[in-house]
Design a protein around this ligand. Structure first.
Ligand code: FAD
Length: 394
């Protein structure tokens, strides 16, 4: 029996995550015949688990400076043409209730499922064909046509969009497929690293690991990056928003610096005047959780009442607590990372359309690209904006 001839489309999108679905919906509604293929059994799995099930779907302050890339200007064009307000307008058109949690972060009141359902409705409105649950066996390019073999099927199109994301959380079906494919088609890849990920501490920091479960508002620094949010001690090291944010900037071997009392200066010398018989630990306990203040006081090792200490010594303690160095020995890796820093190098892509410069018809969007946002809805905004940009160009 002759194998049936491949189905023909205007565009094939690999990956039914946020970026792929947005791109498919936009291109479909512009009249393109679009096929989306994903090996997972359901679309938008990362959307479903995001934001504790409520999806932090955008951030009202999604300025380009809050994205990490070898080319910090690359994201500017797409972000300016599809903005948080555009996505919010879509959400409101679907009557999805939302709220701002903190720092411009917008979440669904109900469930992340509403976002996936909305994107699938938008795809349906564009007549998009969605094929889930089959592995992609091969991708080829010849005579201006891309051919994709998946499961028992084949399809061809003059345009191919790589939207298979990054390798974080492999148990959800995440792979480095985008990088392999991009390399095969001549694009470069900036070394991928786990980001928005907890940091691990070496054995000699066991004292801090005994604080597992304790959280405190701190300012965390790595290099020139600085985040004032909560940090959380874990049984393996450090987590919490401040640490997740800083992990995207941290490089192996570097220290991270924690200010345990951000914004406070002179507090210990002032305490000496006001409460001469207090100790470092009792004063610390005014600002920090008890277990943390006890551990820090143990490390500082300056027992006895404050009025027995010189001001200069107390100032040194203040300085140490404002710049406490931890030297993480690693991260919890792609298994726990919310995103990937690095990815398909932007110098091979058009920032306006996300098209490969040297291979007409090839596009890369979403997390697969070397653009990574801060924690707080930035990564979805990049998925929507880059998907929209390519969807307009297909
Ligand atoms: C736990 C968690 C919580 C998060 N919370 C938030 C949040 O609240 N706000 C925010 O902005 N960002 C959040 N993120 C980040 C956000 O989920 C991603 O940045 C975003 O999903 C990237 O979209 P994407 O479409 O590029 O990739 P993905 O959503 O990863 O989609 C890629 C798709 O490609 C498919 N795929 C992969 N490999 C293959 C292959 N070989 N063959 C076929 N299909 C393949 C996958 O199954 C997947 O459906 C979170 C991430 C995690 C892990």
């Amino acid at each position: 029996m002759m194998p049936s001839s491949p189905a023909s489309f205007d565009a094939i999108i690999l990956g039914a995550g946020g970026a792929g679905l947005m791109c498919a919906a936009v291109a479909g509604q512009r009249g393109r015949r679009v096929l989306v293929i994903d090996h997972a059994p359901e679309a938008g799995r990362k959307i479903l688990i995001s934001g504790g099930g409520r999806c932090n779907f955008t951030n009202m302050d999604a300025i380009p400076e809050r994205f990490i890339s070898a080319n910090p200007h690359f994201a500017r064009s797409a972000l300016s043409r599809y903005t948080p307000a555009d996505f919010l307008a879509l959400i409101e058109r679907y009557g999805i209730a939302w709220h701002e949690k903190t720092l411009g972060q917008l979440f669904c009141d109900g469930s992340a499922r509403q976002i996936v359902a909305m994107l699938l409705d938008e795809c349906a409105a564009g007549g998009v064909t969605l094929h889930l649950g089959d592995a992609i066996r091969d991708v080829d390019h010849a005579d201006g046509q891309f051919r994709v073999d998946y499961g028992e099927h084949s399809a061809t199109a003059p345009a191919l969009v790589i939207a298979t994301g990054g390798p974080s959380i492999p148990k959800l079906g995440a792979t480095g497929f985008a990088y392999d494919l991009a390399r095969r088609f001549g694009l470069k890849v900036v070394e991928p690293r786990p980001a928005l990920v907890p940091l691990t501490l070496p054995q000699d920091e066991a004292l801090f690991r005994s604080l597992a479960g304790v959280a405190a508002p701190v300012a965390a620094r790595a290099g020139s990056a600085d985040f004032a949010e909560a940090a959380l001690f874990t049984h393996r090291g450090l987590s919490g928003p401040a640490i997740l944010q800083i992990s995207s900037y941290w490089r192996h071997g570097e220290p991270i610096s924690i200010d345990f009392l951000p914004g406070r200066r002179g507090w210990l010398v002032e305490a000496k005047r006001a409460r001469p018989r207090a100790t470092v630990q009792t004063v610390l306990a005014d600002f920090l959780p008890d277990r943390l203040s006890a551990t820090l006081a143990q490390r500082i090792a300056l027992p006895g009442p404050l009025d027995e200490k010189r001001d200069a010594v107390l100032k040194e303690v203040e300085e140490r607590l404002a710049d406490w160095r931890f030297r993480p020995n690693g991260t919890e890796g792609f298994a726990k990372a919310e995103v990937t820093v690095g990815g398909v190098a932007t110098d091979g892509l058009s920032s306006k359309t996300m098209a490969a410069r040297h291979l007409p018809g090839l596009y890369v969007i979403g997390e697969a690209v070397d653009v990574t946002g801060w924690l707080g809805g930035y990564n979805f905004q990049w998925a929507w904006a880059s998907g929209w940009a390519a969807g307009q160009a297909l």
